[in-house]
Design a protein around this ligand. Structure first.
Ligand SMILES: *Cc1c(COP(=O)(O)O)cnc(C)c1O
Length: 224
């Protein structure tokens, strides 16, 4: 694809996001984070050239190397993967814009210690395993709100900004919808939460209609 063809392709995705958000309200703004985990720095630059600024990775090493390669561009970097305790410092050294996948109390307390030691704060989302799948990380819906409040109280260097979830892994649209509604209901209860990160390439329109205001698009945006 030439740059012009790629822009036409991406414009179509932007229109789909626009159509979905207007079903919620004129005032419902949705931010798109381009998940670049399957993509090269050159491909990220192509998307940057047609206006995308927020990118996300799911491995600390990949975030580090791509952010370094593209250091001269005014990009913001998000981390959306499972964070192992021994990688926390490497992630903090990149000072990411938002960490989407705070998925346990143990991780929160470890992260708090490392943030304190570096005298920094980090904007985070709590990951919710809304469809209760064994294959997924995150807090179970029943305990999520209490955990959110507990982390807010006990971890002053963690700025909880909202929630993140991956839609149910299912061909049944109702099941996927239910998982998004579960996440959104918890989001509404969380004190001072402003970000509800849900929706990926296969289900972003449904996620938006269910109240998502941050979508994470990988394969569709990079045309993989
Ligand atoms: C890979 C990934 C995405 C993007 O997935 P696509 O289906 O390619 O859009 C979004 N969120 C997380 C947490 C991911 O790991």
């Amino acid at each position: 694809m030439t740059q012009t063809e790629y822009k036409i392709y991406v414009d179509d995705i932007v229109r789909r996001v626009e159509f979905a958000r207007l079903q919620v309200s004129d005032y419902h703004i949705v931010k798109t984070v381009a998940i670049s985990k399957y993509s090269t720095s050159e491909e990220i630059e192509k998307l940057y050239n047609i206006g995308q600024r927020a990118f996300g990775e799911n491995k600390v090493q990949d975030l580090k190397s791509k952010a370094e390669t593209l250091e001269d561009l005014p990009l913001e970097w998000h981390f959306v993967g499972n964070l192992q305790k021994n990688k926390i410092n490497n992630l903090l050294d990149r000072d990411p814009t938002l960490f989407h996948s705070l998925d346990s109390l143990e991780l929160a307390s470890e992260l708090q210690k490392k943030l304190l030691a570096k005298n920094m704060t980090l904007d985070c989302l709590m990951q919710i395993n809304s469809a209760k799948e064994d294959s997924k990380h995150g807090f179970m819906p029943e305990v999520a709100l209490d955990a959110y409040i507990q982390i807010s109280k006990e971890c002053p260097n963690i700025n909880l900004r909202g929630v993140m979830s991956i839609g149910a892994h299912s061909d049944n649209k109702e099941k996927v919808k239910q998982s998004f509604l579960t996440t959104h209901a918890i989001y509404k209860e969380c004190p001072d939460a402003t970000i509800c990160s849900m929706g990926m390439s296969g289900d972003f329109e449904l996620a938006i209609v269910c109240g998502s205001n941050m979508i994470r698009l990988g394969s569709i945006l990079f045309n993989k």
